[in-house]
Design a protein around this ligand. Structure first.
Ligand code: SAM
Length: 165
């Protein structure tokens, strides 16, 4: 499982338990994760815009069955929905290098004018997609989660991935 925007590490803890020691969890964030985790959990300090997507696969170099993104801009205020949408667009761009065909996905987006386009772009990549606001998310929060099941990139979207060969 890949956890994009993993710091300070709450989701990473849950992911580590769900996946267990026979699997692999990789967390990626601009900030280091200070909490200590079991050996099957790896965290990388990286910027999703700058990093080579293949490097985000972590030590195994394999595609993930599940990709999560809780990334959010580090500023709150005017225009943060656009920054959130830009992060989400980047996630969709690198997804074919990270998520195995048939895999599942969720990413957080702050509601705004770009949300319909993000939903449309996500629908082009998955068998089923829905927008979901979990009960735990406060009513005043503008966050929603786009959830995709059954990753189905077109051959043109999958770039040759030497680490997976
Ligand atoms: C809401 S927090 C994530 C909380 C995390 N899911 C948890 O459970 O602890 C959003 C995270 O997105 C990260 N982030 C924002 N922009 C990023 C980028 N360009 N590349 C990687 N991480 C980024 C931030 O550093 C921040 O830690």
């Amino acid at each position: 499982m890949l956890d994009l925007g993993c710091a300070p590490g709450a989701w990473l803890q849950v992911a580590a338990e769900i996946v267990g020691p026979r699997g692999v969890v990789v967390g990626v964030d601009l900030q280091p994760v200070l909490h200590s985790f079991p050996d099957h959990v790896h965290h990388l300090v990286a910027d999703i815009y700058e990093a080579d997507p293949l490097a985000l696969r972590g030590p195994s170099g394999r595609l993930f069955d599940v990709v999560l993104s809780d990334m959010a801009p580090n500023t709150i205020g005017h225009g943060d929905d656009l920054l959130s949408a830009r992060l989400c667009a980047r996630v969709l761009e690198v997804l074919p290098d990270l998520l195995a065909p048939g895999g599942n996905f969720t990413m957080k987006v702050l509601e705004g004018g770009e949300q319909p386009r993000l939903l449309r772009d996500t629908r082009a990549l998955f068998a089923t997609v829905k927008a979901y606001k979990p009960p735990a998310s406060r009513d005043v929060s503008r966050e929603i989660y786009i959830v995709g099941h059954g990753f189905a990139p077109t051959p043109a979207q999958v770039r040759s991935a030497p680490l997976d060969s």
